[in-house]
Design a protein around this ligand. Structure first.
Ligand SMILES: CC(C)(COP(=O)(O)OP(=O)(O)OC[C@H]1O[C@@H](n2cnc3c(N)ncnc32)[C@H](O)[C@@H]1OP(=O)(O)O)[C@@H](O)C(=O)NCCC(=O)NCCS
Length: 193
């Protein structure tokens, strides 16, 4: 297990970001079972508690293999899991990884994911020592690209028919977005640091 698996959780004003645990099963089914949440996510919505359990097992295994790379987003007020955020396609030799995220539909439009990603992006640059964080976003997923643009990502290009959309049964074009360590450090420390 890598040394960065020991984190007890990351706190923000409204959230705790911590590892997924088996008690999250119902919340995972609600989020990953919602067709609107899954539309641009590249997989079919799950349909059973058993599938949710298997996902959590997969999340745990993945964190054991790669170091902590996936967090449940817990709303402090409700003590409820409302989403998930993760790094995937981690290419350590090239200091880059892709970020992915999803939020239960009733929690959209409140800035929750912006708040979570600010911390997870800092974790990526500072603890995982990444140089480049990518986000690959279906061209129709306006909410998602507004989110990363708000966080300073720039659009690098378009990947034609790059993902399969299992909800609409079609290939989706994807915008490739990126944020670089240099840019992040300037945003954090200012130009003269
Ligand atoms: C992508 C996704 C996480 C974006 O969710 P979101 O709610 O738009 O993002 P945030 O939580 O950061 O909220 C931003 C919204 O809250 C508003 N907001 C309210 N309070 C805010 C605050 N304190 N800080 C920032 N924004 C705030 C913003 O104005 C914005 O509103 P708008 O949608 O009217 O522009 C969500 O749509 C989702 O889970 N989609 C399905 C899964 C998915 O597609 N994942 C991405 C695959 S690439």
């Amino acid at each position: 297990m890598s040394s960065n698996t020991v984190s007890a959780g990351i706190e923000t004003e409204r959230l705790v970001l911590r590892e997924h645990i088996s008690e999250d099963t119902n919340a995972i089914l609600e989020i990953f079972g919602d067709i609107e949440v899954m539309r641009f996510f590249g997989m079919k919505p799950i349909q059973s508690l058993n599938a949710a359990r298997k996902m959590i097992d997969y999340f745990k295994k993945s964190s054991e293999e790669h170091g902590l790379n996936r967090w449940a987003i817990v709303l402090k007020d409700l003590d409820t899991v409302v989403g998930s955020v993760f790094y995937t396609n981690i290419e350590k030799p090239y200091f880059r990884a892709e970020i992915g995220y999803l939020l239960g539909r009733k929690h959209w439009g409140k800035g929750i994911m912006t708040e979570a990603l600010e911390k997870i992006i800092s974790f990526g640059f500072e603890t995982m020592n990444l140089n480049k964080i990518q986000a690959l976003i279906t061209v129709d997923n306006q909410r998602s690209f507004s989110l990363v643009e708000r966080l300073g990502f720039c659009r690098e290009g378009i990947l034609r028919e790059h993902n399969f959309n299992y909800v609409d049964n079609k290939f989706d074009d994807i915008y490739a977005y990126a944020l670089f360590a240099q840019h992040h450090h300037i945003l954090r420390d200012g130009l003269n640091a």
